[in-house]
Design a binder for this molecule. Structure first.
Ligand code: AHG
Ligand code: MN
Ligand code: MN
Ligand code: MN
Length: 335
């Protein structure tokens, strides 16, 4: 897909939103998410100067040691989303409990987000990101409840991620819509629309597998056989350790990204609401596959899960159909 922006003719995220939805509240919500991504991008770029590297000194509900930028980015997103007037429930990796937005500023949408994904990489300047999923509340009245967000991934109305890399890129899609790419022009302070209808390479693209092989002794046999197959077939190994970066490469180059369950983490490591689901929606929209592999006794399409806890985890096997089908074929054979 060719680049659709140029120095003299470009469309901003706000212009794209105005042209692609009549829902003003959703437009405001997405614009506020864009603002928070810009502010987080700036905070990450200034971290060395502003003394923002290092640990915050507490743990989050997933047991992660919080970085200063985990907490700062979380505050940026919470403030931007509450002030949008479009949200009623917020779920963040960095908040133990859901945030129920006060009635006087509540709106229709529920947002699950990972404000800084791959934050263990921030102090050594390796790319990180933000991931988000948006639901529309279903319960009556203005006040949201956690039940408005503990729902199947099939109810998600918008999802996306922002990658803080050499460029700051926002990738998002509305439900059943096309996947759109935007690049931040820091001199304008605007996300510029660069690609529309992003698709994973035909035939699966580059032979790349992406996983943390440090866990391989604890993997199940099907995953061990899958990775052995990739090695025997001359796949390259690529692993950044930031889900946003590994998924962005997988979508643009092809291959697969796997964070499986293992003996130590029987549900895997990645969280359903603000890592698995949003990435699964995007990956399916670009023509890929997102599965949990064998999980709770069956091989599941990730978006079909119904989480019962806001920080619930699930195994993640996603990427081009060619490679994900290889992994699922081992699960079927070993079932
Ligand atoms: P987060 O920084 O938001 O807690 O997410 C980290 C996740 C994800 O970004 C990445 O794919 C995975 O952790 C890497 O885990 P390992 O370090 O165990 O490989
Ligand atoms: Mn974390
Ligand atoms: Mn994360
Ligand atoms: Mn995070």
């Amino acid at each position: 897909v060719e680049n659709i922006a140029s120095e003299s003719d470009f469309k901003t995220l706000t212009q794209w939103l105005m042209a692609n939805t009549k829902d003003l509240e959703l437009t405001v919500l997405m614009a506020q998410l864009g603002l928070a991504c810009k502010a987080t991008s700036r905070a990450c770029a200034k971290a060395g100067i502003a003394g923002l590297f290092g640990m915050y000194g507490s743990e989050n509900s997933s047991g992660d040691e919080q970085k200063k930028l985990d907490v700062l980015s979380n505050d940026i997103f919470v403030n931007a989303l509450v002030k949008s007037g479009s949200c009623c429930v917020l779920v963040s990796e960095e908040n133990e409990e859901p945030i129920i937005v006060p009635e006087e500023v509540a709106g229709r949408f529920c947002v699950a987000f990972d404000p800084l994904d791959g934050s263990s990489n921030i102090d050594c300047n390796v790319s990180t990101g933000t991931i988000f999923a948006v639901y529309e509340k279903v319960s009556p009245g203005k006040l949201g409840t956690v039940k408005d967000i503990l729902r199947t991934g099939n109810d998600i109305v918008a999802a996306g991620y922002c990658m803080y890399g050499a460029a700051t890129e926002l990738v998002m899609c509305f439900k059943a819509g096309k996947v759109e790419r935007f690049a931040l022009d820091p001199s304008l302070g605007e996300f510029v629309h660069t690609h529309s209808n992003v698709k994973i390479p035909e035939g699966g693209g580059k032979k790349i597998y992406s996983c943390n092989e440090g866990n391989s002794l604890n993997w199940d046999e099907s995953i061990k056989s899958s990775i052995a197959f990739f090695k025997e077939n001359k796949y390259a190994a690529r692993y950044v350790g930031s889900m946003v970066s590994d998924v962005h490469r997988t979508i643009l180059y092809g291959g697969c990204f796997i964070y499986p369950a293992d003996k130590k983490s029987p549900k895997g490591k990645l969280r359903v609401l603000y890592e698995g689901f949003p990435m699964a929606l995007i990956v399916e929209a670009v023509g890929g596959v997102a599965s949990t592999g064998m999980f709770n006794g069956s091989i599941q399409r990730m978006l079909d899960l119904v989480p019962t806890d806001i920080h619930e985890r699930c195994p993640v096997i996603l990427g081009c159909p060619r490679d994900v089908e290889i992994v699922l074929s081992y699960y079927k054979k070993d079932a």
